[in-house]
Structures are given as C-alpha cells and as structure tokens.
Design a binder for this molecule. Structure first.
Ligand code: SF4
Length: 695
C-alpha cells in the first residue's frame, strides 16, 4: 500500500499531560508518520522529541498477542471466565473489599469509566486507585480544599498571557516540553519573566531569570513568606477576599514561620517576593516536586493562598496551574479513578451524591467510604487482605515506593490479573493471568489534558493478534460477573454518552465537571469530536473558572488554608547522609515500554545514572562514569556516576525509568520509603535518604 495516499488521522500523543494533537498516517510498512496537529489548541503543530518519535514505537516488539494463564497461551473465553470467577470467588468468600483494581493515567476515559463503574457501583467497593495517585493526588486534594472541587482554574493560554511564570517543582523543559516551547516563545514576544523553584538546576533553568535552589520540601515556608509579604506590601485584593474564608488564620500562620528552612538567602527570597507582588499577571505552574511530598497538599494550598489573596486567579494570564504527568491523569480524576472520589467530581462521602450515582447506574451496591489508596492498597496485598487484584497498564513492581516489597506482595497475592501491551514487565511477570490490551494507535476514546481539554485518541492500526481495548475487556468481565445489562456496551461512543449524561447529574449538584452538552452526541459526531474544553453545557463551554469569585464550597466561597512547613519524612543521618531526588529524563516515558523502542530516544541518555556534586564525588573517591552503589533503608541500586554542580552538595538525583527488564540494578523506587501525604495519600518520591559508595 502506498502510505502517502492514506488520509491523515487526528489523534493525541499518549505521553505527557500537555495532550498534544498529532496527525498520523500509515507509512505503508507497518509504522506511522507523525506530525504535530496545527489545529490542536495545546500544541498548534509543535511536538517534542517523544511525540515526534511515536511512529518508531508502534512495532510488535515485546507485544503480548494472546491471553496468558500461568504463562501459557490461552483463548479469551477461558481467560475472561477465569478472571470473572476469580473475582467473584474472592467477593463471595471475603467480601467486596477483598478485591482491588490498580489502574493508570494511560487508560482512556471510556476505559476508566467502565473500571470505576464495575468496582464502585457493582462490586460495591471503592478499592480502585490509579497510578495518578503517585502523580497528582496532592493537587486534587489541594484543589478540593481550596475550591470545593478539583478544578484547574485556567488554560494554557494563560502561560502566554502572563508577565511572570513561576515553575515550582517542575522541569517543564523536559517533562512538558511543548508547554515550555510556548513559554519561551511568549518570553521572546513579550519579555515574560521566568522563576524556577527547584532544589536541582534543571534544563528549565536555562531560560530563567531566577533559580531558587531551595531545600527539598521547604516550598510551604517560601510561599508562606510570600503570603506575608503580599500583606505587608498592601497587595491583598480586598474585594476578591470577600469571596474567601480563612484569611486571618492563614496570615497568622504565614507570619509564624521563617525562611531559614528554605536554605535561600534573604536577598533571593526578597527578589522572588518583589517580582511576584509587582507583577499582576502571574501564573504559578507546579508539578511533581510539589505533589510528590508528605506535605504535598499543603504546598499546593500555600501556592493557591497567594493567588486567592491577590485575586490573581481565573483571569487572563493569572492563576495557580497544575501540570499533569500522564496523558489522561485528568480524565481519571474526572471519571472517579481515585479511591476517594465518585465519577464526575461527585463526593464519595456525600450520601446525596452516592444515591444519585447509584440511581443513575441502577447499581446494586455503592461503597460509603473511601477505598485503599495506592500505597495502602499494596500494603493490603502484602498482608493478605486483598485476595484478587487487577493491575491495568501500569507497573507498580517498579514504580511504587519500596518497589521490592511491592514486587513480593504481588507475587504472594492469591489471584493477580494484569492487562498490558507486554507480558515482560516486572509486574506482568508476576501475574496469574495476563490480558493483551490494545495500545495507543489501536484504540478509540478520549483523554483530558492539563487545561481541561478533551481530545480524541483514534485508532489507525488494527490491534495485533488477539489484543482488545480495555473498555471491552472490563465490560466483558463485568457481564461474566453477573451484570449483563449494565455492561452491555458495543462502542466507546456509547460509553462516552453515558458518562456525559452522568455529568449532568453532577451539574445539578452544582459541581464543576459537566459535559452534559455532549450527552446526545451521535457516533459520527463522536468520531469527529474536535478538542473541547470542559465544561460543555447548554449554558457555557470551556473558559476559565473563578474569575467571577464563585467557588464550589457550599457557601460559594474559596478557602485560604493556614499551612505550616514540614520537613520530608525521611531524615538524613550518618548512615544515610544523602537526599535522593528522583525524576524523568527528557526522552523517556515511565518504564520505557514504548519510548524504549525508539533508538533515537534511547540515544539521549542511554543508561541509568546518578548525578552527584563534585565535592561529594571527590570526598567519596568517585570519578566520572564510575559505578556507585546506593543503599537506603528499603533498597539498593548501582548507577553510573555523572558529576555535576546541577545538584547541591549532600543531594543526588537519579531517573526512575529503568526496570528489572532493562537495568535490574537501577530500580530507583526500591530506594524510596513509602511515606505518604496524610491528606492526599501521595508518596514522597523526591526526598529519600541514601548512602553512596564506590561500587
Ligand atoms: Fe507528547 Fe507531551 Fe511531547 Fe506533547 S509535550 S508531544 S504531549 S510528550
């Protein structure tokens, strides 16, 4: 076939939460040509290295082509019945809370919807959590505390309309590259000032006016000081403050703390406060350096406090802005993929919300309490409370903190099912049943990006072998478990219509997430759905939230939260004197299931490494390219040394992408203790303590 003759298909990149539009065309040799979609509002034709290499990653290498039972190929009929029977048996013998789903921001919204409906409405447990717990849970909790709902106030356009952009715990240049390109273009056009707040000097600092290399975990102290300085400078927006509660307590708390814990000089703090206070159009972007912390929720609220006090929210070029890690972390939040949420931003603990969802689904059961969040879920697997576990498109045996213990827990679980595109991941190797899932490029559905834009992922390649879409696998299991009518879906469009209609129920409760304007979308319109920012109702479409001073707490007001600084849970000590920061590299994604297939991407940084300051390297006798052994209270790793003053003395950095399959000695999350934020349950992945020695 002549690939150039085929029409281009519009879809969405499957990597980060920027959610770039892509134009795909079969290349005639089993692959795809890929270019940025000039009409997609997220990227307007731009792509980063990962997105532009997508065409190199659609081959069949490592693909699972048929169900596996005990490592042996099986047919779907046998595998699906075994899964349904395994879950039903556990529920019959031990109750609904003896089973759990651990799902992923890689799922499409339609997949997520079915998984959530099956667990929360029909099995009757809230034991469904997503790997977005490791990514965005602190933002969700911070938004809900401040606004009453998990609402992203602004849009990507705000980044281009701001005069000051502050990046907090965000290496935007590597982790959300197209947004960074948009920021640099805005800087060129209008002179946008950029401040980076990060213990490490990252690529994002290259274009910054100011880099504040604060001590890990001290963000609350810095933003509390900013809050106090805003007051001292008379920069409070008194009129907007009428839309909030909690100002006096927040100011008292802000006055209480000093900034010594930040490790920054008084001049650096003063310069940051001056810039922020004197610039009306300010966007504060935050990401994993804020979220992945035992004080992550407080950090989020410390940032939001400053925007609320100045009324700099929901107006062009102003606002706190969380950028999500995964392509559909937002869709998962919206659809209720977290163990403490219902679908459509409804509240699990609210009896009226529960009754409404139960009635909508005609569901036989609905849990009344939150289920197990990710870290607790795997603790429950370890201590035998979970008897049947379904892990979908994620690799917790590598990516959860204390990964060695998680691996052992999964291995001991009486019945584990994994749905994935590969059977060779660390987690899939431990499963009793592995189900072949359709991959990006082979499946149809929707995703939501960081600025609430819903985009279509479209199938352009046939699923190989016996692979099936996740929604179809989940619905089939739901039917075999006994709920034939409730899970009788033929297409993702049908699921999307039901989901949109359910959001209308949420809208009646005055919730933010309402796409009921799409509930009667027909198959043709769903197929052609252009990028659409929610809400989508008869009354409004897209836009910003909160500029009008109306929030989603019962009294319509926002909450300022008095938050006190807290150090990371793990303390350095003579045995573990280094603070370990973890993160991504520019050209890899998660555990490299897809990006690892591209030679071009793998050439950027080909092997795992440890960044260490020259003074520490000298003291330990480490030379460039030496191997270093890292030990922590929970694990061990061996990494190639890169000596750089991008990290400060006493701190080291290591990327988290490598697995038992790709670099057995470099499973970084084995070193990270499973300490979590008390509000969000998000683990502290960026402040482990380790010893470093020559290997
Ligand atoms: Fe894909 Fe993110 Fe790169 Fe856009 S910025 S092409 S969504 S990885």
């Amino acid at each position: 076939m002549d690939g150039s003759a085929a029409p281009e298909v519009r879809s969405t990149c499957p990597y980060c939460g920027v959610g770039c539009g892509v134009l795909l065309r079969p290349d005639g040799a089993g692959g795809l040509t890929v270019r940025g979609d000039p009409d997609h509002p997220a990227n307007r034709g731009r792509l980063c290295s990962k997105g532009s290499a997508l065409g190199e990653t659609v081959g069949l290498e490592r693909r699972l082509l048929a169900p596996l039972i005990g490592g042996q190929t099986a047919d779907w009929e046998t595998a699906l019945q075994l899964v349904a029977d395994g879950f039903n048996q556990a529920i019959d013998q031990h109750g609904p809370d003896s089973v759990a789903f651990y799902v992923s921001g890689q799922l499409l919204t339609e997949d997520y919807y079915i998984a959530n409906k099956l667990m929360k409405g029909f099995i009757g447990s809230a034991n469904i959590d997503t790997n977005s717990r490791l990514c965005m849970a602190s933002t969700v909790a911070g938004h809900r505390r401040a606004f009453g709902t998990d609402t992203v106030p602004g849009t990507y356009d705000d980044i281009e309309e701001a005069d000051l952009v502050v990046l907090v715990g965000s290496n935007l240049a590597w982790c959300h590259p197209v947004l960074y390109q948009r920021l640099l273009a805005a800087r060129k056009a209008r002179g946008t000032r950029i401040v980076v707040i990060d213990p490490r000097r990252t690529a994002s600092c290259d274009g910054a006016d100011l880099h504040l290399a604060l001590e890990p975990g001290s963000d609350v102290a810095l933003f509390n000081r900013l809050f106090a300085e805003i007051y001292e400078a008379g920069a409070i927006d008194a009129a907007f403050l009428l839309n909030t509660e909690g100002f006096d307590d927040t100011l008292r708390q802000a006055w209480c703390n000093g900034v010594e814990a930040t490790g920054l000089s008084p001049e650096e703090v003063a310069e940051f406060c001056r810039l922020w206070i004197c610039t009306e159009k300010v966007v504060t972007i935050f990401s994993q350096g804020v979220n992945q912390s035992t004080s992550g929720t407080d950090k989020v609220n410390a940032i939001i406090n400053c925007h609320l006090a100045t009324g700099r929210i929901g107006r062009p070029g102003m606002g706190p802005f969380s950028v999500t890690g995964q392509p559909n972390a937002m869709g998962g939040r919206e659809v209720g993929g977290l163990a403490n949420m219902l679908a459509c931003h409804l509240e699990l603990e609210n009896p009226d919300h529960r009754a409404a969802v139960r009635g909508f689904w005609d569901a036989p059961a609905m849990p009344e309490a939150a289920g197990l969040k990710a870290v607790d879920m795997f603790r429950a697997v370890a201590d035998g409370r979970i008897k049947a576990l379904w892990i979908i498109h994620t690799n917790p045996a590598v990516t959860l903190p204390e990964a060695d213990a998680v691996r052992e827990a999964i291995a001991r679980c009486p019945f584990t099912v994994v749905s994935d595109v590969s059977a060779t991941t660390d987690t899939a190797r431990l499963a009793d049943v592995v189900l072949p899932a359709a991959a990006w490029g082979e499946k149809d559905g929707t995703v939501t990006n960081s600025d609430r834009t819903i985009s279509r992922q479209r199938a352009i390649l046939p699923p190989p072998g016996l692979a099936r879409p996740d929604w179809a696998i989940l619905a089939e299991v739901g039917q075999r478990m006994g709920w034939r009518r409730a899970f009788d879906y033929q297409t993702p469009a049908e699921i999307f219509r039901e989901y949109a209609a359910l959001s209308g129920v949420a809208g009646r409760f005055g919730r933010d997430f309402d796409i009921s304007g799409l509930s009667d979308i027909d198959d043709t319109a769903y197929a052609a759905l252009p990028p659409t920012r929610w809400p989508v109702t008869a009354a409004r479409s897209g836009g910003r939230f909160f500029g009008d001073g109306r929030f989603f707490h019962d009294d319509g007001k926002a909450r300022l939260l008095p938050v006190a600084p807290r150090a990371p849970a793990a303390r350095t000590e003579p045995r573990y004197p280094f603070r370990l920061n973890t993160g991504r590299v520019r050209d890899q994604w998660h555990t490299m299931t897809r990006t690892g297939l591209s030679p071009r991407l793998s050439a950027h940084l080909a092997e795992p490494f440890l960044e260490i300051h020259p003074e520490d390297a000298l003291r330990l006798g480490l030379a460039p390219a030496d191997l270093a052994e890292l030990t922590s209270p929970t694990g061990r790793a061996i990494l190639r040394v890169r000596i750089t003053d991008a990290v400060r003395p006493g701190q080291v950095f290591a990327p988290m992408h490598w697995t038992a399959e790709t670099a057995p000695s470099a499973r970084i999350d084995a070193l990270v203790a499973a300490a979590t934020d008390p509000v969000s349950g998000q683990p502290e992945s960026k402040a482990a303590v380790v010893a470093v020695a020559p290997f």
